[in-house]
Design a binder for this molecule. Structure first.
Ligand code: NDP
Length: 281
């Protein structure tokens, strides 16, 4: 019987550990503040933002939600980012993606002060991750690392296979596992035999965005399977891995929902606290 890696449990541990740090900062008149910019009204983004703000409130982090019209120009959004960069009360800035098509998203993300870049997407923070230097790390892969570490899943010397090579999940996940001394393979849409690569994995991370693409053919018996996928299928949230295959073959796995998702938010708050403390430097 496979163990379930409970993301909500680990999230609650992380948030409980953040609470005294938030209290110490607040006592010193430096209460952490997260500025969330939500452009337009994408229904899924509104839910994500609501969850992030609710988690801030629970942890004592102040949040500021800024909701410009969907017709906003790149220049106007850059001016908003500039004002948030200069505002000493703002510890972290999050621009909820996706942005409307008229906005140059990479110019906007590059304009965020790297010390307030709580999503960890700024090229400077990406470079620091690659170099193994301290910096703000992308939330989803660092949440997965917390899950593995806190469940004491051995990483060093194990073979890790990641399916997906996005800048947000797959690539930083690979770098973090490499830094933890795993032997890492990254698969993508041009990989010639994804199942064969996956079957070698002691730790398999699926970050694809294709509902239940990973099945029995991909999982080595006893592997640890991390399902990052969040796909809506007929209104139901579905991962990238078939749940029955994980239950049958894995030694441990993350469920969807209740696995990686809660950790992403926990790490966002962790990054906001680090940014307020300056402890990420
Ligand atoms: P992207 O669409 O940016 O990247 C998907 C990756 O999967 C690409 O590298 C792509 O390869 C690869 N891929 C697509 N099809 C195949 C295939 N048939 N075989 C092998 N590889 C394939 O997605 P994200 O990384 O942003 O997100 C991945 C998933 O994780 C999504 O379901 C997303 O919703 C979820 N997610 C969940 C989060 C959470 O908090 N739980 C946070 C962020 C994302 P190529 O590069 O060649 O195109």
């Amino acid at each position: 019987m496979a163990d379930i890696l409970d993301g909500k449990l680990i999230r609650d541990q992380i948030l409980a550990e953040l609470a005294p740090r938030v209290a110490a900062l607040s006592g010193a008149g430096r209460r952490p503040q997260l500025a969330v910019v939500l452009v337009g009204n994408n229904a899924a983004s509104e839910v994500y933002v609501r969850n992030k703000i609710a988690a801030c409130e629970k942890t004592g982090i102040e949040s500021r939600k800024i909701t410009p019209e969907a017709t906003l120009s790149t220049e106007a959004l850059l001016a908003l980012i500039d004002s948030l960069n200069r505002d000493p009360a703002v510890s972290g800035i999050l621009v909820q993606l996706p942005l409307p098509p008229q906005i140059d998203a990479s110019r906007v993300l590059d304009a965020i002060d790297p010390d307030k870049d709580v999503d960890g997407f700024h090229p400077l923070n990406a470079g620091k991750l690659l170099a193994g230097a301290p910096g703000l790390r992308p939330c989803t892969p660092s949440g997965v690392m917390q899950l593995l570490l806190r469940y004491r899943i051995p990483i060093e010397g194990r073979k890790a296979v990641i399916v997906g090579r996005s800048d947000i999940v797959g690539k930083p996940m690979a770098i973090l596992l490499l830094a933890a001394n795993a032997t890492v393979t990254i698969c993508h849409s041009r990989t010639s035999n994804v199942a064969e690569e996956c079957r070698r994995a002691d730790i398999l991370v699926a970050a694809i965005g294709r509902a239940e693409m990973i099945g029995e053919d991909h999982i080595k018996p006893g592997a640890v399977v991390i399902d990052v996928g969040m796909n809506r299928v007929e209104g139901r949230l579905t991962g990238d891995v078939e749940p029955a295959a994980m239950r049958r073959l894995a030694s441990a796995y993350t469920p969807v929902p209740g696995g990686v998702g809660p950790l992403t938010i926990a790490m966002l708050l962790s990054n906001t606290v680090q940014a307020a403390e300056g402890s990420h430097r």
